[in-house]
Every structure is written in structure tokens, then in C-alpha cells.
Design a protein around this ligand. Structure first.
Ligand code: LRH
Ligand code: MN
Length: 396
């Protein structure tokens, strides 16, 4: 690594901020059960406290995404406490996630439900979530819809599309200046025949039809294994429609595993497309880098620190791609030279430069070690064990 390379790593890390999901600190499971961790967070205060720990040892996680039903069951009324918690734990409220999938009324959908009163109830929840965002001065409202069907012929796909178009436009009209609406897509689960917003194209069309403050959210776990995610990212950048990411990793489906645990080169290729675009247009892309994971077996805070440091490493490697040399090789269709630009960067050991960057920021060189030596885990395991033990649940 030359000093120029180290400088490029420093510049890249100066710009990478990662938003943590409140729900990533709670006890979560699969339909086959939930393995309870004594240290897991169950109250919003505990989630802010844990996110504060990750921010303290990494320095790059100043915001935490909130899921309205799980974190703000009282809706707007609860926002005063949120601001107090944010102040106390040094982490600001991040994207606001309405919950349009848990309430019993959403059995046959929310914006796609044939029952208009349920569609209106869903719109009201989104409108309330937008108001919460304004109250908390958080920028993004992040929309994911579980809507779809399980059997052929049971849903009018075109009619539901029309309802989504109209209701997303209605929601967009509630946004304040500077607020954004992120539309997340997912090919399946919990619906197993069709999902109303199943891929990037459907999200793109609906976001564009909704209005200028609507963008596409790319959850890396929401793609078929054969899909080229970085090509989708390149297209969305080219159309100025990329609003943000939900980062996680997977071997099969929406496994929500820790970033880079299965395919680190996938994340590197995504970061490369972003940094190559920014080099070409000589401008930072306005992207929300967020984590969306559920840590069913790993320690929740440790998994979050692992995710953030892995993201820093892969982002730093992508910053080492020699864009000028790459552009020339692409222009000459010099395949080996072009491919080597990425492979050489990916093979670079950026960890010493990252440690230097952390030292220059007064941050611990090894965030995981700093956290494990802090005694925080032992303390919360003692304090929270009883309340967590009481939350055992069974699937059926
Ligand atoms: C859906 C999803 C969505 C969240 C949820 C926790 O799979 O990715 O972003 O609301 O996970
Ligand atoms: Mn997601």
C-alpha cells in the first residue's frame, strides 16, 4: 500500500456512515423458534444503549433505524422520549420503518388489500410514520410491503399495482421538504406466489410515479441467487434512483446473516460500482448505508461490530480500484487488465491503514476487542437476563 493508497482509504472511511437497525439488537428467530440471549435488548432504551456502544467503538454509526410498531407503539406521542434517549446515548433516530405486515388486518395485504378501509388504515400508518420522521428530524421513511398472494388466481395483480401507485403518491404528498421515501422490494416471503413489489423494476416505477422524493431501497438479501445486484445498483445510480441499502448476507434466501460472512466479493463489487460512479461524476452519491440483519445465534452487539468493520474493510478495498486505469482498460476491452484492477484492490490488506485511520480519529484500533474489554456485555447480561428469560415463545 502506497501513501497515496492510505490516503484513499482515509478519504473513503471519512465518508462511510452506517445506520444500525434497532431490531438487530433484540431477540429474533425463525419460524422454528427463537434462541434467547440474556443480553438482548427489549426496550427502546436498551436498543439505543447498544447502538451507542457500537458507535462508541467504531465512530461511524451515528443513527439507528426505528421500526414504528416495535419501537414506537405509542406513535408520535413516544417521540419526546426518543429524542431524550438519542441525546443520552449519542445516537440519532434514523430511518422510520412503518409496519404494514404484523397487524391482523393485513392478512390479505395493506396497500394491495381489496378492502378499501384496510388500504386507508395502511395509508394512515404511513402518514403517521412520516409525521414521526418530521418530529424526530430523521430524513428517510423506509417502506417495505409484505403484500402478495400464495396461490395463482387469488389476486388481481394489475388492480393492486394501481392501488400501490395511488397510495404511494398520497404518501409522497405528505413528505416535508428534504424528507425521502425509500421503496424496498423483495421477491418472496412471507408471500409465496406473488409479491406486489418483487424486484427493482417494480420499486423503480412505483417510486418514480410517487414523486421526486421517492427512491429505491436495495436490501442485498432480496434477490434471487443468480441476480447481478451490482448491475441493479449501477442502473439505479445512472437513473439517480438509488436511495439506500439494507446490508446483510445470505447463502440461500433472505437469511439476514452478517455482511460479508458468505460472499464478501459481492459487497466489494457493489461498493466498486458506487465509488466508480462517484469518480466518473466527481460527486458523492446520496446513499443511505443501513444494516438489516437478525442475529439469531451470534451475540447481537458483536455481530453488529463485525458487520460495521467488515463494511469498512470492503469499502476501503473498493476505494483502491485505480479508476483511471480501469476506464482505459474497459475502453480497450483489455479484459485481464480491467478485471485485475478489481482483483488487485480486493486482495489488498487494508487493515493496517484502517487501524491508522481509527487512531487518527481517537478511536480504538480494534473495535471488537475494545467492546469485549469494556465489561458492557457482562453488565447487560446480568441486568437483562430475567426479562429475556420471560420472553420464551413457541412457533405453534
Ligand atoms: C423484510 C425486511 C424489511 C424490514 C424487515 C425487518 O424482509 O428486509 O426491511 O422491515 O426486514
Ligand atoms: Mn430490509
Amino acid at each position: 500500500m502506497t501513501s497515496k493508497d492510505t490516503e484513499r482509504v482515509f478519504q473513503a472511511l471519512d465518508h462511510l456512515q452506517i445506520e444500525l437497525p434497532s431490531w438487530g439488537f433484540a431477540n429474533t428467530g425463525t419460524r422454528f423458534g427463537k434462541f434467547l440471549q440474556p443480553a438482548a435488548a427489549s426496550s427502546l432504551e436498551e436498543k439505543f444503549s447498544d447502538a451507542g456502544q457500537v458507535h462508541a467503538v467504531t465512530g461511524v454509526c451515528p443513527t439507528m433505524a426505528l421500526h414504528v410498531l416495535w419501537d414506537l407503539p405509542g406513535g408520535l406521542k413516544g417521540s419526546k422520549d426518543v429524542s431524550a434517549l438519542a441525546k443520552r446515548y449519542g445516537v440519532q433516530p434514523g430511518s422510520i420503518n412503518p409496519n404494514l405486515f404484523q397487524d391482523q388486518i393485513y392478512k390479505h395485504g395493506s396497500f394491495g388489500n381489496p378492502d378499501e378501509s384496510i388500504r386507508q388504515a395502511a395509508l394512515q400508518h404511513v402518514t403517521d410514520s412520516i409525521a414521526i420522521g418530521q418530529e424526530l428530524r430523521s430524513r428517510d421513511v423506509s417502506l417495505w410491503f409484505a403484500d402478495g398472494s400464495n396461490y395463482p388466481g387469488t389476486a388481481n395483480i394489475r388492480q393492486r399495482k394501481k392501488w400501490f401507485e395511488q397510495l404511494l403518491q398520497d404518501a409522497h404528498s405528505e413528505l416535508a421538504l428534504g424528507q425521502r421515501m425509500l421503496v424496498e422490494y423483495k421477491p418472496f416471503e412471507p408471500a409465496f406466489y406473488h409479491t406486489d413489489i418483487a424486484d427493482w423494476g417494480m420499486s423503480f416505477l412505483l417510486a418514480r410515479a410517487a414523486g421526486p422524493q421517492a427512491k429505491v431501497l436495495v436490501d442485498t438479501g432480496h434477490h434471487y441467487l443468480a441476480q447481478n445486484i451490482e448491475q441493479i445498483v449501477a442502473w439505479l445510480l445512472s437513473e439517480d434512483m438509488l436511495g439506500g441499502f439494507h446490508f446483510n448476507d445470505r447463502r440461500y434466501a433472505d437469511d439476514d446473516l452478517t455482511l460479508g460472512s458468505i460472499d464478501p466479493y459481492q459487497v466489494f463489487r457493489i461498493f466498486h460500482e458506487i465509488l466508480y460512479f462517484e469518480w466518473e461524476v466527481d460527486q458523492r452519491a446520496d446513499i443511505a448505508y443501513m444494516v438489516d440483519q437478525s442475529h439469531n445465534l451470534k451475540g447481537k452487539i458483536e455481530a453488529m461490530i463485525q458487520t460495521v468493520t467488515m463494511a469498512q474493510e470492503l469499502f476501503a478495498k473498493a476505494a483502491l480500484v485505480n479508476h483511471k486505469k480501469l476506464a482505459a482498460a474497459q475502453q480497450k476491452s483489455d479484459l485481464i487488465a480491467a478485471e485485475s484492477c478489481l482483483q488487485d484492490a480486493f486482495a489488498s490488506d487494508v487493515r493496517p491503514a484502517i487501524r491508522d485511520w481509527r487512531r487518527s480519529k481517537g478511536l480504538p484500533e480494534n473495535p471488537m476487542q475494545a467492546f469485549l474489554e469494556s465489561g458492557y456485555l457482562e453488565r447487560i447480561s446480568r441486568e437483562r437476563a430475567a426479562q429475556n428469560a420471560a420472553t420464551a415463545s413457541s412457533y405453534a
